[in-house]
Design a protein around this ligand. Sequence first.
Ligand SMILES: [Zn+2]
Length: 706
Amino acid sequence: MDEPLKGDAMPGRLTAHEAASRVEALRREIEHNTYLYYALDAPEISDAAYDSLMRELRELEEAFPELASSDSPTKRVGGYVEKQFSAVRHDRRMYSLDNAMDEAELEAWMDGIQKLYGSLPALCCELKIDGSSIALTYRDGLLVQAATRGDGTTGEDVTANVMEVADIPRALRREALEEVANPDVPLEVRGEIYMPKASFDALNLEAQAEGKKQFANPRNAAAGSLRQKDPKVTASRDLATFLYAISRNDAIRVKGQWELLAWLKRAGFHVNPDVALCQTREEVLAFCAASLEKRGSLPYEIDGVVVKVNDFALQDAAGFTSRAPKWAIAFKFPPEEKTTLLRDITVQVGRTGALTPVAELDPVLVAGSVVARATLHNEDEVHRKDVRVGDTVIVRKAGDVIPEVLGPVISLRPADALVWEAPKTCPSCGSPVIREEGEAQLRCVSIDCPAQALERLLHWVSRDAMDIDGMGEEIIGRLVEIGRMNDVADFYSLTVEELEQLHMGRTNKDGNAISLGRTTAAKLIDAIQASKDRDLARVICGLGIRHIGKNTAAELVETYPSMEALKDASEEALQAVHGIGQRAAASIWTFLRTPDNIDVIERLQDAGVTMVAAQRSGQDKPQTLSGLTFVLTGTLTNLRLSREEAADALKAYGAKVSSSVSKSTSFVAVGDNPGSKYDKAVKLGIPVLDEAQLKTIIDTGKPPVL
Ligand SMILES: [Zn+2]
């Protein structure tokens, strides 16, 4: 992402009338969910989706001030104490933390801290567990009371239920008690109660089987389980805890947060193991980056990192604002779900003829990038999710995963929302579409389908395949349109003269057709010629055989180092190749026995395209770089290597080459015009290599000496 975008939904301009009815609908929906959330712990939508609706409402109220109202949900703050449980006044207020929504805000907070103390003090970093806050009171070392956070000052008494949670100690360990400053004063220990992801899934499966309402997320499941009328129900739920604070820092004879965590562990509490005592801001940022990266693989949900000034004396010196301590901040991970408007559902024809419905969305910022389209996978999915054109939908993007439409917000559905109907014919060639038995996908099986041809050709030139620079959708699309290209072998009969004259279907201001021109044409032909020497795995990948991607193609070449050998392999033998399943084996076997495909492969071979695997010189090289991870960025001008080639050279010595910079990156090698990866390397304090250093490594295989 080059430039962060402000705001969430970016709807087109609404008329005052449209805005009024949208505001009305949003308020109703938000209020409904506020009630479900606070009173019943059973929201129908995720927190992120809720926030997204709230933000849209706020923006509309700002854009149309006449619609503002004092009883709008935007004017009220949540917080809700149920009558059913008796109220408990906390020993001291349970503050919430101020949030840093991105790295810049975290940096700004650290700037403030540095200014306050004159230099940056040690900062204790902990994962922010996405659970429900809990306060446990121990008297004479025994658990006597447990309360929810409530509004921060007063919570609900959930003692009977907490007694059923297995991992909360009823009594503190004796040796830890010796460090309690005043044994006569009750000790309030604070932390988070949560439900592990696996237990949450199991609970919801069970609820589904029994036709009961499911929980929206693990946090609500934890909060709901904690506030049961019957403690036996709580006991049946798999709840766990991480404790991290006490109400008065002077209650234990420790000087800071780091020591407190160690004491909590000695006392018998579960303390999250992912903590870091950081001396520099780079260490803090690295911890945040690493935590975000491992987020998906943890058995419980986290939604950020809490950064605290470690030293208690320094904390006291900083004090509190009216809302939150000044000495701590919550670095929030980017939200992974947003709401936006579903404008249309279009159909895309893939290179294998599969028809995929695609959601066309009002662009919205999700997890740090703008999403305007998302796959709806297939006909059944569209109907199962019941998404209709005109719906407000929830869009999710987790980590690097492709954006996905989770479902509609039914209560915001306009009366004229359209139920989508799958096309009967291919939108590209008009041939009837079929759906094979056992398949979810509709398919165009026409051999002359231009959309399939275009996708196949684009796949051939793509980075993972033949990597033909400059050959893009516009040029290939034009060549398909005029009937000059139909299969990948057609690339190799193109001439400079032909391309030079290629009219791009547009005219310049004088009304003359725009053509490619000699220089561009010559460059393209050079790139096509150069692609003949790509390795066999790329050729196989480029053919676009169903179920055969970049990695499976590489596996095939390991066992069958030539196209001839591959053609001779039986289906059974193919199945025995590591990473090749039954479907992939059947797919490649059939592909290599289809006359049209054999014809294309023969024409490629005649044109001089590699059909034999290169001798793997890399395997002879000593694995001197094993255990090291490199990231390459910028253009390697002096080295005269593509980044890909440089990466292959490093891999030959056993190095790993990664596409993103993280804490585990060993070196970042930088060419001309490096991008954000360079900035990130500097931020994380990862050693940066220039081209000359990279060249030495590639030539000698020796790790750099810094
Ligand atoms: Zn078609």
